[in-house]
Structure formats: C-alpha cells, structure tokens
Design a protein around this ligand. Structure first.
Ligand SMILES: [Zn+2]
Length: 213
C-alpha cells in the first residue's frame, strides 16, 4: 500500500529552533492552519544550507512554484484546487512545548506500545492474531486504561479468562504503562545512511538534529 502523504514525518521545532519531535504531516498542517507554527524551508546543500520561514499562506504560494519547478523534491497533498508540498520542518510560534499530544488509547496504540508481543506468552503476532486483554478483568472492576490493557494473543486471552495474571499463573512480560509522547530520537527521525551510520532521515533535518547517533 502506498503511504498517504498526510502520514509523512515532519520535524517539529520549538520557537528557538530546537528539535522537539517528529509529527505527521496531518498534524503539521493543523498547526499551520491555526497559525501556531510556520514552515522552515531548508534550501541548498551541505555547507551552503540556508532556510526561509513561511506562514501557511506564503507556503501555499511557494508550493505552487515548487510544484512547477521541483515536483520530485516534495511529498504532495492534493486538494481539489491545489497541490500543497508537505514541509519537512515546521517551527512552533507560540509555545516552547506542544500543547500535550498524548498518545490516544486504542487497539492499535496498545499493540504498538507492546511491540505486537503477547504480554503473556512473549511471542510476537500479526495484528489479526492479537487481542486486547484487561489485566484486571472488566467484570472485576478493571477499567480501560494504559495501566490495565495489554496485548495478548487470542489463545492466551482465552486461557486467562476472567482471572488476574496471578490467579491464572500468567505473569506479564512487563508492567503496562502510558507511553511517553513520541520523542525526536525514537520514532523514525534517523535512518541508516551510507556505511551504516545513523543519520537524519531527510537532508532538511540535518541542521536541526544531532548527527551520528
Ligand atoms: Zn500469548
């Protein structure tokens, strides 16, 4: 399946140009539309790198020009009337921290937190073979929370039934916790470059991210 341009990663900077984290293009456009952020467009190569700042209206104009001149240099979000380039970097205008983007509690995010690993038998499964288990069963007052929901394969879930892990003799691989908000360094900001060195995923990120981790 072709990835959607709105899922393209965008580097988010704070007002002082420090890297905060990687967000999706979808979220980046939301911040731009609300004038909470501006585009930081990096131009040039290596030593001659510069950047320009654009608000969303200006970015639409830049996009129109880029679409003519350098269509291959960007990912594109298409609307009925125009094509908008996905910015690689945006910068928050008002806050130095993001207004809390907590990870939403869902089947998908629970599976991701647990690395698609059944927390009882410790084996890895595809999404279709996984289920969400209430550590303290719902019937016994266990709620829907990060601390009470874990990834379980269908078999372990059935075997555990309406019991707690200790009653069932099925200890958890690890204590379930709320995941930390995505950090810049752990969610896809770096990739393996030449010679296996870890480097920022896009050239435009180089000037804002630590090198060679
Ligand atoms: Zn299992």
């Amino acid at each position: 399946m072709r990835p959607c341009a709105l899922d393209t990663p965008v580097l988010l900077l704070n007002r002082s140009y420090a890297a905060l984290r990687i967000i999706t293009a979808r979220r980046a456009f939301t911040l731009l539309c609300k004038s909470l952020a501006e585009v930081v467009h990096v131009e040039g190569e290596d030593t001659a790198t510069t950047f320009s700042n654009y608000d969303f209206g200006q970015w639409l104009e830049v996009s129109a020009i880029q679409h003519e001149l350098e269509p291959a240099a960007h990912d594109w979000v298409r609307t009925v009337q125009l094509s908008i380039a996905v910015p690689r970097v945006i910068r928050l205008l008002e806050y130095d921290r993001l207004p809390r983007f907590q990870v939403r509690l869902s089947r998908r995010t629970i599976f991701e937190r647990d690395g698609h690993q059944c927390q009882y038998c410790k084996r890895h499964f595809r999404t279709g073979d996984l289920s969400v288990d209430h550590v303290v069963p719902r019937a016994r007052g266990g709620g829907d929370s990060w601390e009470n929901l874990v990834t379980a394969c269908v078999r372990c879930n059935a075997a555990k039934g309406d019991r707690t892990p200790s009653e069932a003799g099925m200890p958890l691989a690890r204590a379930p916790k709320r995941p930390a908000p995505d950090s810049v360094l752990n969610n896809g900001s770096m990739s393996r470059g030449k010679a296996g060195r870890r480097e920022p995923r896009y050239a435009a990120w180089r000037m804002f991210l630590p090198q060679g981790r």
